[in-house]
Ligand binder design. Structure first.
Ligand code: SAH
Length: 286
């Protein structure tokens, strides 16, 4: 395997027309971005690579949490590449998924005290009782999402932004990403973490992901990082025909399993895969 796997840059325009919301602002600054509130909607959208707005104060998260200061040289690239090699040895094969994992700097998404563990195959706490999944699980879900396709996916919905790591990976694998988080503190932390990456095709939404995000539907894929008893109907409704949903959910065994749902012209096909352990899917915004 080559030391530096290629990752195609995000395209200037998506494959399909984007919904009018959220507004995209020109990527001219890395100052704290304004939070745009959408009329009567319960959602808040954050343009990740936008200029600050006059009169908008940095969020408390940005004030209290200094950026992770850690070396950014070839050593960390080598560590990341070693992580990808291990994933390949474990049977992960999708070139674009591996390239994204080789590119996105996982250490920027965890507390500086945990940064040295960022490239180990382990889950890590990200605050508010939530965790970032271990790279093996993230890669597995992304491979399932891509299901052998080599071209980028169209629009993708992620439920559970958490620290924003998987959202950053998704932005390399698809034309447009909507990522929802129900916990305001994590939504804001993800915004801080992601600002450095300037991913203009990634939109963070504060809202209850159990309802999905109808304004962006239909989605080529929906991927959830939190598991409930059932897959919410809204997700299946918002999935495009030909689209694929990947989520943890309770199986007949009474344990949480990875579930894949493929939507076709004739209905939906549900495949239950290996047992997993994700944080619970909860309703409402907190
Ligand atoms: N993909 C994330 C993983 C975060 S853990 C990452 O890379 O860090 C799962 C996240 O799902 C948690 O942050 C949790 O708050 C969130 N979550 C749980 N129920 C949710 C819901 N109904 N809507 C949106 N987010 C939800």
């Amino acid at each position: 395997m080559k030391r530096h796997l290629p990752v195609a840059p995000a395209p200037a325009s998506p494959a399909r027309p984007r919904p009018s919301f959220p507004a995209k602002l020109a990527p001219t600054s890395v100052q704290p971005a304004a939070v745009k509130t959408q009329g009567a909607s319960a959602f808040k959208s954050t343009p990740l690579a936008g200029p600050d707005r006059a009169g908008v104060k940095p969020s408390p998260a940005s004030v209290q949490r200094p950026p992770v200061i850690i070396g950014d040289g070839p050593d960390l690239q080598a560590v990341r590449t070693a992580m990808v090699r291990k994933l390949q040895a474990q049977g992960l094969v999708h070139p674009a998924v591996l390239a994204a994992l080789n590119t996105v700097e996982r250490h920027r998404f965890v507390d500086s005290a945990l940064a040295s563990q960022a490239y180990e195959d382990t889950s890590l706490p990200i605050g508010l009782g939530q965790t970032i999944s271990k790279p093996n699980v993230v890669a597995r879900m992304l491979e399932l999402m891509c299901h052998g396709r080599t071209e980028k996916l169209g629009r993708v919905l992620e439920i559970g932004t958490g620290c924003g790591y998987q959202a950053a990976l998704l932005s390399h694998l698809s034309h447009e990403v909507y990522s929802m988080e129900r916990l305001r503190g994590l939504h804001e932390r993800a915004r801080e973490n992601l600002r450095w990456f300037r991913l203009s095709n990634l939109h963070l939404l504060l809202g209850d992901g159990m309802l999905g995000y109808a304004q962006g539907a239909p989605y080529a894929s929906i991927i959830a990082a939190a598991g409930g008893n059932e897959i919410p109907e809204a997700w299946i409704d918002q999935l495009a025909v030909g689209g694929r949903l990947v989520a943890p959910a309770m199986a007949e065994s009474g344990r949480q399993h990875l579930v894949v749902i493929d939507k076709t012209t004739t209905g939906v096909a549900r495949t239950v895969l290996e047992a997993v352990l994700f944080v619970p899917l909860k309703s409402g915004v907190a």
